[in-house]
Design a binder for this molecule. Structure first.
Ligand SMILES: Nc1ncnc2c1ncn2[C@@H]1O[C@H](COP(=O)(O)OP(=O)(O)OP(=O)(O)O)[C@@H](O)[C@H]1O
Length: 291
């Protein structure tokens, strides 16, 4: 009984020393950990996170139990580990930092005041989405390979500069011409910006993801690559199978029907009303991922 009283006394005295700033401090750190977890949840960095936690637990145990050799070894790994992790996970770190950079205050729930895109831009994007879907459907039927990158907030100037500037209103005929086999611009990707076809024949970075299915060639790897390094949405039509796929946020969604493609692109590219935005999930019709 005496021990319990002493325990509660010391608990109360510890609680009394907690200030508002301590609570704020813990809340901020918890939020950062939560955001970091959300950012890495569906990337290969998630496995890394587990590895790091196991490593830290081993380090603490080694220190507590006085296992000096193990502690020395873990210490040595730790010294090189940080640099190695930064090099190996450079794409993930870059993407996470870009995501943080793209966060707008008003997109936080407290500041949310609805859509900021004017009606004219919205109509232009809506029209472009329909054209991209129609074109993808037709190219899919003809088994003509296509790669269409739709720029969002991350500017793709470095990718556009590898191709030829087109700057044209999108149309099914234009996409048909651009991807027609053996024409000068059919090799590479078309980049769209603000509802217009900005450039064609662009070279994209290939994905470094070693978990991608072996049956996927460089067109799909290029689509994934640009979606890993930016917030672009990429539509791919396979020359081999005619399948339509979409790469977004480092994920490839294969075998998509035209109508599903239109709903998906609308969800990703058109700002939602605040209430709808809260309900919105990425790829709301279920993940169709095949790697
Ligand atoms: N880094 C790249 N950037 C842009 N386009 C690329 C890139 N790599 C390949 N491509 C395009 O993909 C074409 C080659 O596709 P490949 O057959 O290797 O890929 P795939 O994923 O198997 O596609 P498909 O199913 O259409 O055959 C190239 O001719 C080129 O048009």
């Amino acid at each position: 009984m005496q021990a319990i009283t002493t325990f509660f006394d010391s608990l109360v005295s510890v609680i009394k020393t907690i200030t508002v700033m301590d609570v704020l401090d813990v809340a901020i750190v918890s939020y950062i950990v939560y955001v970091a977890f959300i950012l890495v949840r569906e990337t290969r960095a998630a496995q890394l996170l587990k590895g790091v936690i196991i490593f830290l637990v081993a380090y603490v145990l080694a220190s507590q139990l006085g296992l000096e050799s193990l502690k020395f070894l873990l210490n040595a790994i730790l010294q090189f580990g940080v640099v190695t992790l930064v090099v190996v996970f450079q794409p993930e770190i870059r993407r996470a930092l870009e995501k943080v950079g793209r966060t707008k205050l008003r997109s936080l729930r407290f500041f949310s005041s609805g859509s900021t895109v004017d009606d004219a831009t919205r109509r232009k994007v809506e029209k472009a989405i329909v054209v991209v879907c129609d074109a993808a459907d037709i190219l899919s039927g003809k088994k003509t390979g296509a790669l269409i990158v739709i720029e969002r907030k991350t500017k793709l100037g470095d990718i556009i500069s590898t191709g030829t500037v087109v700057d044209a209103e999108p149309s099914v005929e234009l996409f048909g011409n651009l991807f027609f086999v053996n024409t000068p611009l059919h090799d590479g990707a078309v980049v769209m910006r603000d509802g217009r076809v900005c450039a064609a024949g662009c070279f994209l970075p290939l994905s470094q993801n070693f978990e991608i299915s072996k049956e996927l060639g460089t067109r799909h790897r290029a689509a994934l690559g640009v979606s890993e390094n930016s917030d672009a949405v990429v539509v791919v039509v396979s020359e081999e199978t005619g399948l339509i796929s979409v790469a977004c946020d480092g994920h490839l969604h294969r075998g998509i029907e035209r109508d599903y493609l239109q709903r998906l692109l609308s969800n990703e590219l058109l700002p939602q009303a605040p209430a709808a935005e809260q309900k919105k999930r990425r790829f709301p019709f279920g993940r169709r991922e095949h790697r």
